[in-house]
Structures are given as C-alpha cells and as structure tokens.
Ligand binder design. Structure first.
Ligand code: UDP
Length: 449
C-alpha cells in the first residue's frame, strides 16, 4: 500500500480546539504512515506547532476572529464564526495549494461545514473527519425527528427523566444539547453539518466497530450511500508525539508511589467549566472517599477563579499526600499507569476512548453535547462506569466512588472494561476491523483519480 500512495498529497483542515486538533494530527500521522504526503491548513487561533511535525507542510490562514470571539466559552458562536470568517482565506489557500501540485482529497473537520461547497467548487473530493463517536453522531442525525416529536428543545424540567422511545436508553436529559446557547442556532448548525457530511465523499471516525456497531447500523439506515470509516483508536496506531500543552510529569512519579488500581484520575477535558460550589463538592467528595486521587484543575476550569484559591487552606496538606493536583497531565500515560483504578471524566469523546483503550472504569460527569450521550452509554449500554445522577454533591461522590472501587458492582464494571480494552487492542492489529477499514479508506482515496 505504501508504494502506490507514495507522494500523493492530502490536505487536512483541523478545527482549532485541542480535542479536535490532536486526533486530526494523529489521523495525519496514520495516513502519512500509508505513504501520503500531508499538508495541514490551520487557523491562526490555536495554531499547531510545526516543529513537532517536521514531516508535514503547514499553511496558516487568517481566521478574522477578535480576541473576545476567539474563545470556546460560547461554542455555538465560535463555530458559526469559523464557518463565515474562514471561507475566503481558506479558498485562497486551497487555490494556491492546488496550483502547486495535484491533491488527492481534502479531509476537514465536520464542524467546518463550509468546506463542502468550497471543495465542490474546486472539484476536489472532501472526506469529513467527525471527531466524536458514531453513537452520538447517530443521535445528531435524529435532531429533525426529535424536534418533530417534541423532545427538543427541552422545555420542561419535569420531562428530563422521560426515556426517548426512539433512542433507548437515552432520556431527554441525555440528548446532546448545549444548555447555555441559543437552541435554534445550535439546531441549525447541527443540521447543516449533517447535510454537508451526507454530501461528502465519506466520513472518518476515531473509533472501532466493536464499540459502536449500533451507531454504525443507524448511520447506514439514515444515509445508505455515505461511506463510513471507523479506523481508530488513532492514538494506539501511531506513536505519541509531543503535545503543545505542557504536561506536569510529577503525575507519573506520584503515581509510582501508589498501590495498583487505587487512584482516581479526575479530569474534565479542555473546555468544560464548573462552578465554585461544584469545585468544592468535588474536593470534599474526593477527600472523604479515602481513595488516592490525581486531579487536573486546568486554568479556567472553575468559573471566576484563577486556580486553587477556592480550596480551604491546608486542604492538600491534611490529606498527607493522598491527593495530587496538577494543571495538565499526560493523560494517555496516566490512564495506562497500573496505579489508576478509575477515571472521573466529563466524557469528551477522546477521554472516553482513551479510558476504554486502557480498560479504566469511568465515573461520568457530562457537561454538554455528545458528553451527555456518552455518559449514558458508558453506564447503561457498555456498562463500564457509573454516572452521577443528582449533579455533584459530596455524599453522592463518596458513595459512587465506594461502589466502583470496593463493591461487587465495581468489580463487574472493571471486568467488562478489561474485556472491551481487549477488543480495542485487536481492532487496529492486522485482520482487525479498523485495520481493514483503514486499507479500505486508502483504496477509496486512491480511486479519486
Ligand atoms: N488531556 C490531556 N491532559 C489533561 C487533560 C486533557 O492530555 O490534563 C487531553 C486528553 O487526553 C484528551 C483531550 O485532552 O485527548 C480532551 O479531549 P476530549 O474529547 O476528552 O474533551 P474536550 O476537551 O474536547 O472536551
């Protein structure tokens, strides 16, 4: 395969948020390993560091965002702006690249829906990279139906526990909404993204078939002509590269001092934010659980707070080393560490997949969008974790941690997590579903001549 692809150029266009750029760069590495040459077009906002990827060509485009706009705080606004402000600069850049040498196809993040019509105008095939999982994607495709049936927008709190008959075991409160944004704008954005994916030359997912077979079936039903390529988990297929975020390596030396499977790793990804009250409940819940914990408190995680100043004085000291707090952890390395016993997560897709790949049971605290769907799947379908049901209050936190770390229910969850990890490990090896699907993707790209 490497010989026939040699020199063929692909253009990749990642969405400039950590949870999107990193898997796109992993995908770039995967395709590079198949012999393709890679050009990355990127915005100035959150631009990747080219020196970490000397084997790729980078082209920067202006994104036209002001300092206040360039923030993931209002994600619907940010995504909408990307789809208007980037159109002309992207066209110019693409046109210049196409005049330099032949390009096999464009691979763009699904959120950049405008790239479909731009690619069509250049008669360039476009494959979409959807950075979420197939399960939640399949739910997004049902948005028009969910609106028609009155499930969305969510109007009454009294309805939240009701099961969505068409999508069990999801309840209304598990539907992938963004609570703070304008529901109409969000709905419109999701529908355009879905329409443009349906018009594309295929969609790539960082997942594996055994995990999300049902999502795949739904997608085939909904879009019988759409080619779907579940070819993950990427981070297991390509060597880890240095990240642009600075990880605190003290995590690993601290983990080395803890007993096997004893530590709760707590991290809520790169965007989710919590209130001061939640922060304190989490802190006391962890302290009272009597389990060791490694907690990522990202700068900006707690509304209105710089970092740890809300913690009662002497909080960590009183735990005698049982708790370790950092600003950023080498998460994949942490999850693979033998001391890790559970991952308290917001259920971003990357975090969920990384946990699955290491067989680490999850404690789910979803915040918005696909995280809500994933938390429900982790706890009720894959049964590899427990979800907080009443928000976060210290009593529930202690009880959930105890259940997972000490009781029979936790043991069963751990067994299922390990079995799923084995399936993940088989998927990308020769003969595995993702391995075969990647070969199919390469052939598909080569057919675009
Ligand atoms: N991550 C990390 N160190 C941290 C926190 C997060 O390396 O301290 C990485 C994590 O491994 C994952 C990504 O950041 O790959 C977060 O992506 P995810 O889809 O889980 O959540 P998002 O940030 O997009 O909400």
């Amino acid at each position: 395969m490497e010989q026939i692809t040699k020199g063929k150029r692909l253009i990749l266009f990642p969405l400039p948020l950590e949870g999107h750029i990193n898997p796109m760069l992993q995908l770039a590495n995967l395709l590079h390993s198949k012999g393709f040459s890679i050009t990355i077009i990127h915005t100035q906002f959150n631009s990747p560091n080219p020196s970490i990827h000397p084997h790729f060509t980078f082209r920067s485009i202006p994104d036209g965002l002001s300092e206040t706009e360039a923030s993931p705080k209002d994600i619907i606004l940010l995504f909408s702006l990307f789809n208007t402000e980037c159109v002309e600069p992207f066209k110019l850049c693409l046109s210049s690249l196409l005049s330099e040498e032949p390009v096999a196809c464009l691979i763009s993040d699904s959120i950049f829906h405008f790239t479909q019509s731009v690619a069509e105008s250049f008669k360039l095939p476009r494959i979409v990279f959807e950075t979420g999982g197939m399960t939640s994607y399949a739910v997004f495709t049902q948005f028009p139906l969910l609106r028609e049936k009155g499930y969305l927008p969510v109007m009454q709190d009294s309805q939240l526990e009701r099961v969505v008959t068409e999508l069990p075991p999801l309840r209304i409160k598990d539907l992938p909404v963004i609570p703070k944004g304008d529901p109409e704008k969000y709905f419109e954005l999701c529908v355009v993204i879905m329409t443009k994916i349906a018009a594309s030359d295929g969609v790539i997912f960082n997942t594996f078939r055994d995990l999300e077979e049902q999502g795949l079936v739904t997608l085939h039903k909904q879009y019988p002509n759409l080619l779907v390529f579940p070819i993950g988990p990427f981070h297991k297929c390509v060597p880890e590269e240095a990240s642009s975020s600075i990880s605190d390596q003290s995590c690993i030396s601290w983990l080395n001092t803890r007993a096997p499977k004893s530590v709760i790793y707590v991290s809520f990804g790169t965007i989710a934010a919590i209130t001061e009250a939640q922060f304190l409940e989490i802190a006391w819940g962890l302290a009272n659980s009597n389990q060791p914990f490694l907690w990522v408190v990202r700068l900006g995680l707690v509304h209105g707070s710089d970092w740890l100043e809300q913690l009662p004085s002497g909080f960590l000291e009183n735990l005698n080393g049982r708790g370790h707090i950092v600003k950023w952890a080498p998460q994949k390395e942490v999850l693979a560490h033998p001391s890790i016993g559970a991952f308290w997560t917001h259920n971003g897709w990357n975090s969920t997949l990384e946990s699955v790949c290491e067989g680490v049971p999850m404690i789910c605290m979803p915040c918005f969008s696909d995280q809500l769907v994933l938390a429900r799947y982790v706890s009720k379908v894959w049964k590899i974790g427990l979800q907080f049901e009443n928000g976060t209050e210290r009593g529930e936190i202690e009880e959930t941690i105890r259940k997972l770390m000490e009781e029979k229910e936790g043991e069963d969850i751990r067994d299922r997590s390990l079995k799923l990890m084995e399936k993940a490990n088989v998927s990308f090896k020769p003969g595995g579903s993702s391995y075969q699907c990647l070969d199919g993707l390469v052939k598909h790209i080569l057919s675009f001549e």
